[in-house]
Design a protein around this ligand. Structure first.
Ligand SMILES: Nc1ncnc2c1ncn2[C@@H]1O[C@H](COP(=O)(O)OP(=O)(O)OP(=O)(O)O)[C@@H](O)[C@H]1O
Length: 233
């Protein structure tokens, strides 16, 4: 009987030798990293080391100047824009530091929106959005608009929105960066719990060691390259 164990499975997402320069500022200089299916990976590093740029390249938001980003068998860096944006919508979820919810929409409508875009009926989208808000502990606040939410509530709504479509990977760029430590812990445990439950991989950018401790594994960026943990020279 053939046995394809996880050990022989290729990584879900691989970046190899990425370089990216913004104007004259080199942000990535040969960064390589792998993310396994269902893995929670923390990317840490000093301010300006290239963490956000790496996340943008991995999530197909920005194209690297050089190097390869491979998702399954697909080269993201070579994919035409239309297919790339379709893939981002179906397979990836993104959470930023300040949530970036749509200010005019309620919590429920913010979470329902990607479901509607994916073809769900209005009724189904609202039911599922309510279930996701419940999972993230913000049930009862469906009608709040982002301006009426605390930072922690807004981030939990953002996570619900990112996970509602069943992505394979959630990219989270300093998801607790604007929160106090208690709210940050609540957001992180909700994220990790839900990701594990649904088998979603998470690429987490943080400069906070307590947040990184939620991950299965941590890599460090230094001057645009991934270095072994603890080595910064
Ligand atoms: N759009 C841009 N235009 C010009 N320079 C940029 C741009 N984005 C990033 N940079 C520069 O590229 C380098 C890497 O930035 P990046 O935001 O990826 O680092 P970071 O590790 O995420 O930083 P931080 O922790 O402060 O958010 C920095 O020197 C930054 O100033």
């Amino acid at each position: 009987m053939s046995n394809n164990s996880d050990k022989s499975a290729p990584p879900l997402l691989t970046a190899h030798g990425l370089t990216k320069t913004h104007g004259r500022t080199p942000a990535l200089r040969g960064a390589s990293v792998e993310l396994g299916a269902g893995e929670i990976l923390a990317v840490t590093g000093a301010s300006g080391s290239g963490k956000s740029t790496l996340l943008h390249c991995l999530a197909g938001i920005v194209r690297p100047d050089e190097g390869a980003v491979t998702y399954g068998h697909t080269r993201l860096d070579q994919l035409p824009e239309k297919r790339l944006s379709e893939l981002r919508r179906t397979d990836f979820g993104v959470v930023f530091q300040f949530g970036q919810l749509i200010p005019e929409l309620t919590a429920l409508d913010n979470v329902a929106l990607p479901l509607l875009l994916a073809g769900a009926s209005r009724r189904d989208a609202h039911t599922r959005a309510g279930e996701w808000l419940e999972r993230f502990g913000v049930l009862g606040q469906e009608e709040l608009r982002p301006g009426e939410m605390s930072g922690g509530q807004a981030q939990r709504v953002s996570l619900a929105r990112a996970l509602a479509t069943g992505p394979k990977i959630v990219f989270a760029d300093e998801p607790t960066g604007a929160l106090d430590s208690l709210a940050g812990e609540q957001v992180m445990s909700a994220l990790v719990h839900t990701a594990r439950e649904s088998g979603t991989a998470v690429l987490l950018i943080t400069h906070d060691a307590q947040v990184a401790a939620y991950a299965d594994r941590e890599v460090q960026l230094h001057d645009g390259a991934v270095v072994p943990l603890g080595v910064t020279a």
